[in-house]
Design a protein. Structure first.
Length: 241
């Protein structure tokens, strides 16, 4: 088995295909209701990462078959220079062969080079192997989160006109605005301040400072979305005053 580092912004066709195929295998296990990601969409996603994000990545090969992948997500912001997000995925039928541990060693070495001391990872209830792996490493649970899904077939659509009828009275001090594929330049500072409000979200026991995204960050993320071919609808609530 060999492990190679991958420049995801400028990977080879073989590497992109391996990342996509392996990712879809893991996505089907983790989120069985979600469709697979098409290869061309995967390539656009990886080639158009916002400049504020560094994404060193590795692929594990068994012969000509990709069996695992790992990457670090490093935000180049003024805050939280001590942490990074780490992601390790191993093909289900290749687990318990030491592949995850070998990939983790590459993440740890990259963390050391970066001078970062806190590695944050995620596990999913649909993939018990991830939780078992983290327990074997001696990792601690920093924050438990939940994903809620709304089946639109069960939605009581009769409620929607009632909500809309009450809205002018209850929300008369506010208006809704809709932007498509980016934001007006004059709104970037305000949007960055709204993003800052997410610093009030629960953090559990994770030792993390407040993040502060600038107008330039907002512009870069919107530009990356457009280059990926995503059509993004952003609705905002604005106080009329």
């Amino acid at each position: 088995m060999r492990i190679e580092q991958v420049d995801v912004r400028h990977a080879t066709a073989e590497q992109y295909t391996a990342i996509n195929e392996l990712g879809n295998t893991l996505r089907a296990e983790r989120l069985p209701d979600d469709p697979p990601m098409p290869l061309d969409e995967e390539i656009r996603r990886l080639q158009n990462i916002a400049p504020v994000v560094d994404l060193p990545a590795w692929l594990a090969w068994d012969g000509d078959r990709a069996v695992g992948t790992a990457h670090l997500e490093i935000l180049r912001t003024a805050e939280n220079s001590h942490l990074a997000e780490g992601h390790i995925d191993v093909r289900p039928d290749d687990r318990r062969r030491g592949i995850g541990s070998r990939l983790l060693a590459h993440l740890a070495e990259a963390m050391k080079r970066e001078g970062r001391t806190l590695l944050i990872g995620f596990t999913y209830s649909t993939v018990p192997a991830g939780d078992a792996f983290m327990h074997r490493l001696g990792a601690s649970v920093g924050l438990a989160t939940h994903t809620n899904q709304l089946d639109l077939r069960d939605l009581n659509r009769a409620l929607l006109p009632l909500w809309q009828a009450r809205a002018p009275e209850r929300g008369s001090a506010f208006e809704l605005v809709l932007w498509t594929n980016g934001y007006p330049e004059e709104e970037l500072e305000g949007i960055s301040r709204v993003w800052d409000s997410m610093n009030a979200a629960p953090r559990g026991t994770i030792q993390m400072e407040d993040f502060h995204f600038t107008a330039e960050h907002v512009r870069d993320f919107a530009r990356a979305d457009r280059r990926r071919g995503n059509e993004v609808w952003s609705m905002a609530v604005r106080e009329r005053a």
